[in-house]
Design a protein around this ligand. Sequence first.
Ligand code: HEC
Length: 270
Amino acid sequence: MRSFTIVIFMIINSVGFAGAAVAQQVLDNETLRNADYREGKRAFQGRCSACHTIGDNGMNLTGPSLWGIFDRAAGTKPDFIYSAALQKADFKWTADTLLDYITDPQVFLPGNVMTIPEPVPEGMRTVLIAFVMQESGGADWPKPENAFADEQPDRSKPYSERFPSFWNHMMFNTTRYRMVSGDQELIFKAYFQEDGSITTNTEAEGFWHITEKDFMCYAIHKLKIKPSEFVECFPIAAMAVPRFAEELWKSNPADGVIMYGGIRPGRPEE
Ligand code: HEC
């Protein structure tokens, strides 16, 4: 039944209703309520979390935090700067508009700047949307009980076992920063070390730690630019999926300063 309705949706979409909210409801609550929460979480972590947090009070990353997204007009989170396409958009986020969007962001809303490496595969869309609804406060059904009963974080274990993907990603690759402050620019490479320190290819150095809420916070100082230090925190989930690019995220660690960060594979030979 599920794939049947998605097929209908694809046909409607391909004959030219893209860009406007599809009037017919494709994903009904019953389907969403029954969707596999864990699969949805996996899909979110693999496909969305590099750019979006989702919980209450989550911060904006490359994309806006998705908390409260359902039934809200598109492009209206006050502290996020959207592309013109999303600012001008005239629809609300519902399961169906989100389905259209993750099926192909550019077809649904030409000119928006969300780039996903590939459309979310068909079999993953329903679980993903149900998970986003649940975690962003948009579902009117309870969270599946014991969804993660066997996945309680065991805080006595080392980070390398609790967050293996994150650990390998950060500890064995190189983080590249480009810091732009007024008309000055500083590019440097940082190496997160297993002992909690950060070394760089310049005089700058720093340290990192993981908070109770599984955010990684770190500070780098002795930078030859103003301000000479900065502190940032990211959800580990956002770093758990290996992604390599010169500039993966952008942040604003101090007034008038823009920081671009990216991960490059490997480390130089010692
Ligand atoms: C590479 C980064 C990136 C990834 C991966 C990504 N997004 Fe986005 N997302 C963005 C950006 C940037 C925007 C704002 C786009 C704009 O302003 O045009 C956005 C916007 C959105 C919006 C609109 C928010 C609003 O307030 O109107 C939704 C909903 C959304 N993303 C959901 C998702 C989902 C679900 C996934 C996983 C399938 C995902 N995104 C993956 C970067 C990303």
